[in-house]
Design a protein around this ligand. Structure first.
Ligand code: SF4
Ligand code: SF4
Length: 466
């Protein structure tokens, strides 16, 4: 089993001193030089952080033994983070078995024309692709992950379920769906094959959700998604993906409460990507988003503490991991370079290999076609290399930002569509605020409440001065 490393430096006497709220003042995150950045909080406590290797500590001052520890570990941590950030080992492949979708979400990154007229893979084509992927990964120790993703994969349910049945010994599978076509026996099938299931649901009420996730048949996916959650009842491989826009941003804490009642173990509260023009008018105000996101995280922690069912906010868990165990992160958007074309890529319904699904509507990012080109060639293609070369050190403002390797400045596809990928994230202020909250949670020693219990078991201390 993989063991990830956790790092902690915090000082017992500080914990006693900070029974009241810890409010780190990290709004000014710019650093002029490399090394340790230091912030003071209102109780005169200190957070210090090396932005390049994520060595950090919290205390009233930087004690000598912390500095010795830093000097001892610095080179090793630099190497570790560099390997993590720049390795090009594939661990997952997203497959869009169809371009078509039965929903009309206003912010979708797949252009409407493609969702209406796009092609679908046949069972034979999907079989061919998985056979090719199986050959590529032959001899690798870890099972690669295959995720069936956008548009709506259950439109070609027969092909997808055939593939899961045939290849379940070779791959771990995941499926992202709006659940409108799911039946009870499908949920049973997915659980039997231990498929990770992501249900797209944007709000705790039909009124808000169906405005953002409309479909012709039902007015929206609310009712069907709830049925699916009931069938999947607490399944550990279940998560809900909520795309946050100005229309549902105030609903995030209620959404967490609602999903906790449904025994959903994980929700991702992802900012809407502004890659396609249609989504740009839906961007939530960053302050409002951060405040509601933090309230949602705090709600999840309080519910997890007092009940026997835990719910985590997956993208906040990743921020916590980015601080306490950076190489244990599983989500790939807040790493720079991001995971697109590096740790995973996407195969579209016509077989195009693109660095990430977010590039589907953008020209010039194909690394080849799986029906005639190799995965090795796609990984070495100029399109994939371009995404891998985008790093925070080469982006103005991010290059001096102390949080650069926690935030990662996503997303290159979105920023490319907005004029150029070498610019800071459109959600920069949001990320700063939630990272500040993550430090606060860690200072209060509540980070375990934000992480999956199974994930926690895989963490071992690399160093600790607590
Ligand atoms: S940052 Fe954007 S391109 Fe990179 S993995 Fe995330 S969605 Fe894909
Ligand atoms: S986008 Fe992220 S890394 Fe860049 S300045 Fe903003 S918080 Fe820092």
């Amino acid at each position: 089993m993989r063991q990830d490393r956790k790092r902690v430096i915090a000082f017992r006497d500080v914990r006693r001193r900070t029974k009241k709220e810890v409010t780190f003042i990290i709004s000014d995150t710019s650093m002029s030089s490399k090394g340790l950045a230091v912030w003071k909080d209102s109780f005169d406590n200190t957070v210090f952080l090396d932005a390049d290797n994520a060595f950090w500590g919290i205390g009233p001052f930087i004690p000598r033994d912390a500095i010795s520890l830093y000097e001892k570990f610095k080179n090793r941590l630099d190497r570790e983070i560099n390997d993590f950030r720049f390795s090009t080992e594939l661990s997952a492949i997203y497959i869009d078995p169809t371009d078509r979708c039965n929903a009309r979400c206003p912010y979708c990154y797949v252009p409407l024309k493609t969702r209406v007229n796009g092609r679908s893979m046949s069972t034979k084509e999907l079989d061919f692709i998985l056979g090719k992927i199986q050959n590529y990964f032959a001899g690798k120790k870890r099972k690669p992950v295959i995720i069936f993703h956008a548009s709506e994969p259950l439109l070609v349910k027969d092909a997808v379920f055939f593939a899961i049945h045939k290849y379940h010994r070779h791959f771990k599978f995941g499926l992202q769906t709006n659940a409108t076509l799911m039946k009870k026996e499908d949920a049973v099938f997915l659980m039997r094959y231990r498929v990770g299931v992501g249900i797209s649901l944007d709000a705790s009420t039909a009124l808000i959700n169906n405005r953002l996730r409309p479909d012709a048949a039902n007015g929206g996916n609310f009712k069907k998604a709830l049925l699916a959650l009931d069938w999947l009842d607490g399944y550990p491989g279940l998560n809900v993906i909520t795309t946050v826009t100005k229309h549902n941003v105030h609903n995030l804490p209620q959404m967490v409460k609602f999903l906790h009642k449904k025994r959903v173990p994980c929700v991702l509260l992802n900012p809407v990507r502004l890659t396609q023009k249609n989504s740009r008018g839906l961007k939530p105000d960053q302050d409002v988003f951060a405040n509601n996101f933090i309230r949602a995280v705090d709600t999840a922690m309080a519910l997890s503490k007092k009940s026997k069912y835990k719910i985590i906010v997956g993208n906040f868990a990743n921020v916590i991991l980015a601080i306490v165990a950076p190489t244990a992160r599983r989500l790939m958007c807040d790493i720079s370079p991001c995971g697109g074309g590096r740790c995973f890529f996407t195969i579209t319904a016509s077989g195009e290999m693109i660095p990430c699904g977010e590039f589907i509507g953008l020209k010039g990012f194909s690394g080849g076609n799986i029906f005639k080109d190799s995965i090795t060639d796609a990984m070495a293609s100029p399109a994939f290399k371009k995404i891998r070369s985008r790093k925070v050190e080469a982006i103005e403002e991010c290059d001096t930002c102390a949080l650069r390797n926690i935030c990662g400045a996503p997303c290159p596809a979105e920023l490319h569509a907005l004029g150029g990928m070498r610019q800071k994230s459109v959600f920069c202020e949001f990320y700063k605020k939630i990272i500040e909250h993550a430090f606060k949670v860690i200072a209060q020693r509540k980070e375990a409440l934000c992480l999956r219990s199974e994930g926690l078991k895989n963490l071992q201390y690399q160093y600790a001065l607590a």
